[in-house]
Design a protein around this ligand. Structure first.
Ligand SMILES: NC(=O)c1ccc[n+]([C@@H]2O[C@H](COP(=O)([O-])OP(=O)(O)OC[C@H]3O[C@@H](n4cnc5c(N)ncnc54)[C@H](OP(=O)(O)O)[C@@H]3O)[C@@H](O)[C@H]2O)c1
Length: 254
């Protein structure tokens, strides 16, 4: 029989986060699902289906107090977290033009940085000791090709792209601190998913002349299944730097 893992997923109300919670619960793992807003009720429906395999936890990753309260709720139930998945995100910089125009909104960029980059760090710090007590000891950051510096082709959306590049750096810093304790960190890129933010990004990208290897479309369900397979064998991608792979297991460039 497969060992039941304990998993935390942030930003799980919809999209990829929701799919990860669903697929892990379906296969018998126990998931703490980070809920951000009350306007989506998919998680409540899932909880009704799997009452013994998941718990919904209110968590705003952009707010330190909220993350600490959420961590306290989780740690009341378990002192071991096998896999922490930092998935929560905002993408607020669509249609912000280039540096040649005057359309950048620095408040929005700060929100992207706060939620996408610092959010992952906040949650990791709040839960890292429980991760390190577990069997898998794995932190997964849902990053993006948008955070790749060597693969950068965009001339716009600096807030989102810089926040994902910062998330990748955050992953390196965390790995350097935890690897001697057996901890592992993986950065993953979902592909272009047909989610709420994915649909807007794809519409935006239609306008660009993109490298072929960037152009692929997937659904949150397909990506979640790919990630779960990858997360089952993270050692395939580990080295002295966090692995960076897409949902198909192709290695990405930092
Ligand atoms: N979709 C793509 O094509 C694509 C491509 C590359 C990378 N990614 C990455 O994949 C991950 C999942 O994306 P997705 O397409 O599933 O996006 P999504 O549908 O927008 O889901 C993101 C989730 O994060 C939540 N969230 C926003 N702010 C939060 C906060 N402060 N605290 C906690 N949760 C918060 C959102 O809540 P609300 O519903 O309230 O906004 C939403 O439930 C993200 O990390 C994204 O950057 C996606």
């Amino acid at each position: 029989m497969k060992r039941q893992r304990t998993i935390v997923v942030t930003g799980a109300d919809r999209g990829l986060g929701y799919e990860l919670v669903k697929q892990y619960a379906e296969r018998g793992d126990y998931v703490f699902a980070g809920k951000f807003r009350t306007r989506w009720n998919l998680l409540d429906e899932l909880k009704a289906q799997y009452p013994d395999r998941m718990q919904i936890v209110d968590m705003d990753v952009g707010n330190t107090e909220s993350v600490r309260s959420a961590a306290a709720v989780i740690l009341e139930h378990t002192d071991k977290i096998d896999i922490l998945i930092n998935n929560a995100t905002v993408w607020l910089s669509a249609d912000c033009g280039t540096v040649l125009e005057d359309k950048f909104d620095y408040e929005r960029m700060m929100a992207e940085f706060n939620i996408n980059a610092l959010g992952a760090l906040r949650v990791t710090q709040a839960l890292i000791h429980a991760v390190l007590k577990s069997f898998d000891r794995l932190v997964v950051n849902v990053s993006s090709e948008a955070g790749s510096i060597t693969g950068c082709y965009k001339d716009s959306q600096p807030g989102y792209c810089m926040s994902k590049a910062a998330m990748n750096m955050q992953a390196c810093i965390v790995l350097n601190a935890v690897k001697r304790l057996g901890g592992a960190v993986l950065n993953v890129h979902p592909g272009w998913m047909q989610s709420v933010i994915g649909a807007s990004a794809a519409a935006d990208a239609e306008m660009m002349d993109l490298p072929e290897n960037i152009k692929f479309y997937t659904t949150p369900a397909q990506t979640a299944a790919g990630f779960i397979e990858i997360i089952d064998q993270p050692e395939r991608f580990s080295s002295d730097k966090p692995g960076f792979v897409n949902y198909k297991g192709d290695v990405m460039k930092y």
